[in-house]
Design a protein around this ligand. Structure first.
Ligand code: NAG
Ligand code: NAG
Ligand code: NAG
Ligand code: NAG
Length: 571
């Protein structure tokens, strides 16, 4: 695209909107119309230059103040159908998220790295900008690789994982499952009420809805029955429901307290903070910007202290992370606030993109160094996995440097957020990925909320000395089971990773109960998925627990396998 054209576009849009200043007789609707025009123009042109122009136009609106910006964007939102569910969803979402967005735009230079990130993530019009090179500094060089610790051969322990529980306290049995909003099974209008709808919700949840308390309780009961002696649980975040256009700190506080109270049946829970725990959703300002999220950090550290002690819980309270020693073994558990790396956290689009928001990566390095110094194994527990489109690639790259440096100490990583069952491998050399340079594996947990597949939880079999993962067994409650709504959800073993995948690799591995599902194992699984179409289809179906499995052609398959092989998006 020619430079002069862009310049003209920018001038036109800017001029039009600057005519629409309050006090000059111009209405909210005019401003909204200008926003619509600017966005439509960009989408029609489908170019990065047009996105730059649109941002320049939105910036002018943002300079009129938060009120004017929110009003203009809300009316544009309805017309452009940015959210399913009409006016109240648009108005609510933009009332909550709009002021941060306006703040971003006022500060943003267009074009710049930040503006291009914004265009890449939200409008899909710009290519992803090159990662800003940043070398994470380490207190000591990487020791010569010693390989994975040898299996202890001792009786394995069990650990539990669940994620993305998204409990809806306003779920109403019998209410409309086909409500036209992002989440149903609530009485938004009289026509959604039980008795008034032809698509009534069952008592235990629905694909169009978040989790009723009955389903949450059913999961906890099943875990207590299936793994009564589990050593501990990793809960990888997201408690609050998807009615993101209507969150309040007061309601989120109630939801978070209630969910953790239900977890008291678990012996020991290592929690982490999900993007839905904040209100507004996703809004986690880094410490350099402000302390708007302190209420949720304080709330969670107060809750977590019962399992990890007051000292660990309050140490990193200003950014929602912690590091704690597991008392019954040589393990350190580090829980990160990955919301600073999440592309929908609008607080991150500031004049200068921060390489280490809240100094969390530097803190992680200090914790890992301290663990390495005393030979502790480490589990890292997070919500949003790096190496995916909704995580900033820059930070994925920096995080990858840390995994690479401390691969001898990190036993494994646990994530949630995607609602799907998958994994990601980190390598020391992404240009020659192989079993011999696979460094770490991240387990990404399918959700309890049924919006993307049957409700799930997982039990890992773990070496009590090395904390190596020996197996990962996923349990589901099949929503299509005839008794699901009439009696109660029936939780059954869905698959064991060792049973499902080791036959693809080695005849003896499956029977070796002390063998680790090491990064090399998972690499070999990806190689088998590449060459064996049936194995790939089976893997792909497991992501959604067999529910509405989308078609995946050869191009799709390559990209899915690439994602498995590219933790931390170092590409
Ligand atoms: C849009 O902005 C990016 C930087 O953010 C710049 O690299 C690119 O050249 C701009 N595109 C056009 C067509 O102006
Ligand atoms: C917003 O949530 C509150 C409960 O916190 C509820 O009473 C109210 O009806 C909801 N409003 C909308 C528009 O959904
Ligand atoms: C693994 O164990 C199963 C039964 O538990 C047995 O049928 C199979 O032959 C064993 N495979 C090998 C290679 O030892
Ligand atoms: C992975 O495959 C390589 C090459 O085929 C093999 O040497 C290695 O033992 C395998 N490792 C595991 C853990 O399966």
């Amino acid at each position: 695209m020619k430079f002069s054209t862009i310049f003209t576009f920018a001038c036109t849009a800017t001029f039009a909107i600057s005519q629409a200043v309050p006090g000059t007789g111009v209405t909210k609707k005019d401003l909204g119309d200008e926003v619509i025009k600017a966005l439509e123009k960009a989408l029609q042109a489908g170019t990065c230059g047009a996105c730059n122009t649109t941002l320049a136009a939105l910036k002018v609106v943002s300079l009129l103040g938060d009120r004017a910006f929110v009003d203009a964007l809300s009316s544009a939102c309805v017309v452009l159908g940015l959210f399913r569910g009409g006016e109240d969803v648009c108005a609510g979402a933009i009332r909550l998220e709009g002021p941060t967005l306006a703040h971003d735009l006022r500060e943003m230079k267009v074009p710049s790295h930040t503006s291009q990130l914004f265009c890449a993530h939200f409008l899909g019009l710009c290519g992803y900008p090159d990662v800003v090179p940043y070398t994470v500094s380490f207190p000591s060089p990487k020791p010569a690789p010693a390989g994975r610790p040898a299996p202890s051969g001792q009786e394995p322990i069990q650990i539990v994982q669940y994620s993305d529980i998204h409990i809806d306290p306003f779920y109403v049995t019998g209410s409309n499952t086909d409500c036209g909003k992002p989440v149903c099974c609530r009485v938004y209008e009289d026509s959604d009420a039980p008795g008034s709808t032809s698509s009534p919700a069952g008592p235990f949840g629905d694909y169009a809805c978040d989790v009723p308390v009955s389903l949450e309780e059913s999961m906890h009961t099943a875990i207590s029955e299936i793994a009564p002696n589990a050593a501990f649980t990793t809960f990888t975040g997201d408690i609050v429901d998807h009615a993101v256009w209507n969150t309040t700190q007061a309601q989120n506080t109630i939801d978070i307290n209630d969910a953790y109270a239900k977890m008291s049946a678990r012996r020991l829970v290592y929690g982490t903070i999900g993007n839905h725990e904040a209100s507004p959703t996703n809004a986690f300002p880094p410490t350099s910007v402000g302390d708007d999220s302190d209420w949720v950090y304080n709330l969670l550290s107060g809750i977590w202290s019962r399992w990890i002690g007051v000292t660990a819980a309050s140490a990193e309270q200003d950014f929602g992370a912690y590091s704690t020693k597991y008392e019954r073994g040589n393990l350190r558990v580090v829980s990160l606030n990955t919301n600073f790396y999440y592309a929908l956290n609008f607080w991150m689009y500031r004049r200068n993109f921060e390489t280490d928001p809240s100094g969390q990566l530097a803190w992680l390095v200090r914790e890992l160094q301290a663990a390495e110094d005393v030979n502790e194994r480490v589990y890292i527990i997070d919500h949003t996995p790096p190496g995916r489109d909704d995580t900033f690639r820059d930070i994925s790259n920096y995080f990858d440097q840390i995994m690479n440096r401390y691969s001898g100490t990190i036993a494994t990583l646990f994530f949630g957020h995607t609602y799907k069952g998958h994994f990601e491998i980190a390598y020391s050399d992404y240009s020659a990925r192989s079993y011999s340079n696979a460094l770490a594996v991240s387990y990404i947990m399918p959700s309890l909320t049924p919006t993307d597949g049957h409700p799930s939880f997982r039990i890992y079999s773990v070496d009590p000395v090395t904390f190596a993962i020996l197996d990962s067994t996923t349990y589901i409650a099949d929503v299509t089971n005839p008794g699901y709504q009439t009696t109660s959800p029936v939780w059954t073993k869905y698959y064991s990773a060792k049973e499902a995948y080791s036959p693809l690799i080695s005849e003896t591995f499956a029977n070796d109960t002390s063998a680790e599902l090491a990064p090399a194992f998972w690499h070999n699984v990806t190689a088998a998925l590449q060459s064996n179409p049936d194995a790939f289809s089976a893997y792909y179906a497991r992501k959604t627990r067999g529910w509405e499995v989308p078609a995946c052609d050869d191009v799709c398959k390559v990209s899915k396998i690439c994602q498995l092989q590219a933790n931390a998006g170092a590409r």
